[in-house]
Ligand binder design. Structure first.
Ligand SMILES: Cc1ncc(COP(=O)(O)O)c(C=O)c1O
Length: 369
């Protein structure tokens, strides 16, 4: 099996630790261990933590606390992984074989379909079109599925557009999938943060217990350094991927799982902290886009800390974003290179530092570009 270039991650790898202004992150603001302890009122007794491997499926405390984020998901329907990236890898390799067809929202976080493509599956793109305000077209979804379709892959809230599917729309996808015997997998790493007072996105697990969800600590929790993710799915699906786990990481690290369990037990506080940062940054972004006067055609996001504005006039986004990173120390992922969507850039508004200053720099570069 070959691994194709994962351009979005490559872009971050190239610039992330060199720039002063991070305007492209899809994560909320990180915190120290001390901040986590202060915010939640709990701590880990590091000195007495036994550094032996925890169970393959996950630390029971963490499984318990994750399961409470869903209405109908039991602890034994959750499998803790080393990041949601590992969760995506495990699901792809356990659910698919070469020749299967997969319908995936497009654009979307690349590994969600690229891992399947690398495996030899046929990817059918379910486009979220800007001219349609990034809204899903269900007639098109019907035309994309057939008897060879094993999976429909969703991301809700959606990276990079920040759009969401509500319960009615999730039900439609589930119904279309069931007609051809396909499973539905929804990546929900952005569930928990909303924009502009919109309502919280439902979990597809709460709509239908046969569906598969991936989640993780990196995005709305702002704890990307923990590298903890999970899969919530029917038990038979978890059983089928377990043997692949023996070849990847076997189990997730012990201290990180304890920290993740604390964050999950106090989800309300952690998410409220990150929502407050988004609530501060989002009006700044709105005003900034308005002030650009005719530069962007913007479909406002609904959930998560990211958005995907489109330039009205033709712009080579790879070149613009390269100049921003290399000459002005601002990281923004270009739509073309990272999401195969020319004319767009992805802006992340979940970080606490330097958002306004970074945007000012982008304005000055855009004007002279
Ligand atoms: C939709 C989506 N899923 C999964 C991931 C991977 O996150 P991690 O591996 O840090 O848990 C990302 C990262 O940007 C993402 O956007």
């Amino acid at each position: 099996m070959k691994f194709s270039l994962f351009a979005l991650e490559e872009w971050f790898d190239r610039y992330e630790f060199k720039v002063d202004y991070m305007l492209g992150s899809s994560s909320c603001a990180g915190m120290t261990v001390e901040e986590l302890f202060d915010l939640t009122g709990e701590s880990v007794d590091f000195h007495h933590t036994m550094l032996t491997a925890p169970p393959v499926l996950g630390d029971p405390d963490l499984l318990e606390s994750i399961s409470t984020w869903y209405q109908n998901t039991e602890q034994d329907e959750i499998h803790v992984t080393c990041s949601s990236t590992e969760a995506i890898f495990l699901l792809t390799h356990s659910l698919l074989k070469p020749g299967d067809s997969v319908v995936a929202m497009f654009p979307m976080y690349p590994s969600l379909y690229q891992a399947a493509e690398d495996l030899g599956a046929e990817i059918r793109r379910w486009y979220l079109r800007h001219e349609n305000n990034f809204q899903p077209d269900f007639d098109e979804l019907v035309s994309l599925v057939d008897d060879s379709t094993r999976l429909i892959i969703l991301n809700n809230p959606h990276n990079p557009t920040g759009q969401t599917l509500d319960e009615k729309e999730l039900k439609k996808v589930i119904s279309i999938a069931s007609h051809v015997g396909a499973k539905v997998w929804c990546d929900e790493v952005f569930r928990g943060i909303i924009v502009n007072g919109n309502s919280l996105t439902p979990s597809i697990r709460d709509v239908d217990g046969e569906t598969i969800v991936t989640g993780g600590m990196s995005k709305v929790f702002g704890l990307s350094g923990l590298r903890i993710g999970w899969i919530a799915a029917p038990k038979d699906i978890l059983d089928s991927l377990r043997h692949i786990r023996y070849f990847t990481t076997v189990c997730a690290p012990v201290i990180e799982q304890k920290l993740a369990a604390i964050a999950h037990r106090h989800r309300d506080k952690v998410l409220a902290r990150n929502q407050a940062i988004v609530d501060h940054n989002f009006p700044v972004l709105e005003e900034w886009i308005q002030n650009q006067d005719g530069v962007f055609d913007w479909v406002k996001p609904v959930g998560g800390p990211i958005t995907f504005p489109r330039f009205i006039h033709e712009v080579n986004t790879n070149e613009l974003c390269r100049v921003l990173a290399e000459e002005y120390s601002v990281l923004i992922p270009p739509g073309k290179y990272t999401f195969d969507s020319e004319g767009f850039i992805r802006i992340g508004y979940g970080l606490a530092d330097g958002f306004e200053e970074g945007l000012e720099i982008v304005s000055s570069v855009i004007q002279s570009y």
